[in-house]
Design a protein around this ligand. Structure first.
Ligand SMILES: Cc1cc2nc3c(=O)[nH]c(=O)nc-3n(C[C@H](O)[C@H](O)[C@H](O)COP(=O)(O)OP(=O)(O)OC[C@H]3O[C@@H](n4cnc5c(N)ncnc54)[C@H](O)[C@@H]3O)c2cc1C
Length: 378
């Protein structure tokens, strides 16, 4: 069924190319301008049902939108339960969004509010992640972490964090005084610290590769360069509007964007990361207010260069700040040390740029710029 879907879709796309619709002439130089000038109203999938009659339709049991670590893991879990799964990803491959731009830390589960989903899932997820990595030979290391107070006024906050972590069920947490912490990490300066021995690091790409492999072995189909641009309800069924990602690049923004395929799944998982709220709003079904608002921030990492050995053996974190857990020291499995990320709140990005990870390209550029400017080791 899924193979037929993809084949029919490919035939439909090439037919539309032969007809000349879909703006096959490449005008990439204007792309940025189009994207910025698009208003939500012009990129809404058409609400006029009759125009969808000519669009090919396919039924699929489960559609997972987005192949970041979350989508891949969900697809694998569904496939292991014997479900038919199609993963639709806008990029040319999996894991090119936030899932490959993070600190690669296996968090212990310390900071989250008691009984919140984050607190519960982080503790359970950490246990499962270590188990999965060991079983599947995914490079990882339980190197531990120190959360540090650099002045005495921060000590009450440190105690709050410790209590929160203990209540969340994180084992092994303990307060160490400044002398002991600096003995453990001679390059550190602090007055007190929390030692979290369960925190670790993981090779996120190997992890995703392994999850994709398992999902595919269980029959999951991954379709790349394919973007879900919206959806609508037909009775109790949801119809997903799908198009080739290239078509978005070529689209002038002056006409209404038509889907090239309608997918009708029994189960939809919207795991499009930063795009999730934007995409959810484009399903003509959920009432406004159901979809939580999105607030975007940009962060930069600084790489420590000109050193053969990492000055730290553990991850070092400050007291958390608004909008994040603070600029921390991360060490990857090759011993590369990074400081970051900082937090800069930014305006929202438009829908189509978000589906294509355009905000990410800008982030990459910014990181590069800052890295070039900071030629001195941090
Ligand atoms: C700076 C930073 C550091 C972090 N550090 C850590 C850490 O150390 N440890 C940790 O556990 N977590 C960390 N995180 C969080 C973690 O990286 C994310 O929670 C996780 O990667 C989110 O995965 P995802 O699959 O939801 O999203 P993503 O990885 O962004 O995947 C979403 C996918 O959906 C695709 N997509 C988007 N729109 C569409 C569409 N319309 N149609 C089809 N496909 C679409 C995208 O191309 C993308 O591939 C960090 C996050 C950040 C920002």
């Amino acid at each position: 069924m899924l193979k037929q879907t993809i084949q029919r879709w490919e035939r439909c796309i090439s037919a539309s190319r032969r007809r000349g619709d879909g703006h096959t002439k490449r005008k990439k130089h204007l792309f940025g301008k189009w994207v910025r000038s698009m208003s939500s109203s012009t990129i809404q999938s058409n609400d006029n049902r009759t125009t969808w009659d000519s669009v090919p339709k396919e039924r699929v049991e489960c559609v997972v939108i987005g192949a970041g670590v979350v989508g891949i893991a969900v697809a694998r879990a569904l496939a292991l339960k014997g479900r038919e799964v199609l993963v639709v990803e806008s990029a040319p491959t999996f894991g090119t969004g936030t899932s490959s731009r993070n600190s690669e830390v296996i968090h212990a589960g310390i900071y989250y509010p008691l009984n919140s989903f984050k607190a519960i899932f982080c503790v359970r997820g950490r246990e499962m992640l270590y188990e999965y990595c060991s079983k599947h030979d995914i490079p990882h290391k339980q190197i531990g972490k120190l959360i540090v107070a650099t002045r005495s006024s921060e000590i009450p906050k440190l105690n709050d964090i410790l209590n929160c972590g203990i209540q969340n069920g994180v084992d092994g947490l303990k307060i160490v005084d400044g002398v002991e912490a600096m003995k453990m990490e001679p390059e550190l300066q602090c007055v007190k610290a929390i030692l979290s021995p369960l925190t670790g690091i993981v090779d996120s790409h190997s992890l995703m590769l392994s999850l994709v492999g398992e999902a595919e072995n269980q029959g999951t189909t991954f379709t790349y360069n394919s973007t879900v641009i919206g959806g609508h309800l037909e009775g109790s069924e949801i119809c997903l509007h799908v198009t080739e990602t290239d078509r978005l690049t070529e689209w002038k923004g002056t006409s209404i964007l038509q889907p090239e395929l309608l997918l009708i799944p029994k189960l939809v998982v919207n795991s499009t990361g930063l795009s999730s709220p934007v995409l959810a709003k484009r399903f003509n079904g959920p009432k406004s207010g159901v979809v939580p608002p999105a607030y975007y921030a940009r962060g930069c990492y600084f790489t420590l260069s000109n050193t053969k050995n990492s000055p730290f053996r553990r991850l070092i974190y400050p007291i958390p700040e608004d909008g994040g857990i603070g600029v921390h020291v991360t060490i990857d499995l090759n011993g590369q040390v990074k400081f970051g990320p900082n937090v800069e709140w930014i305006d929202s990005v438009d829908d189509i740029s978000s589906f294509q990870n355009k905000e990410r390209t800008f982030m990459e550029y910014l990181v590069l710029l800052i890295f070039l400017e900071s030629s001195h080791p941090v």
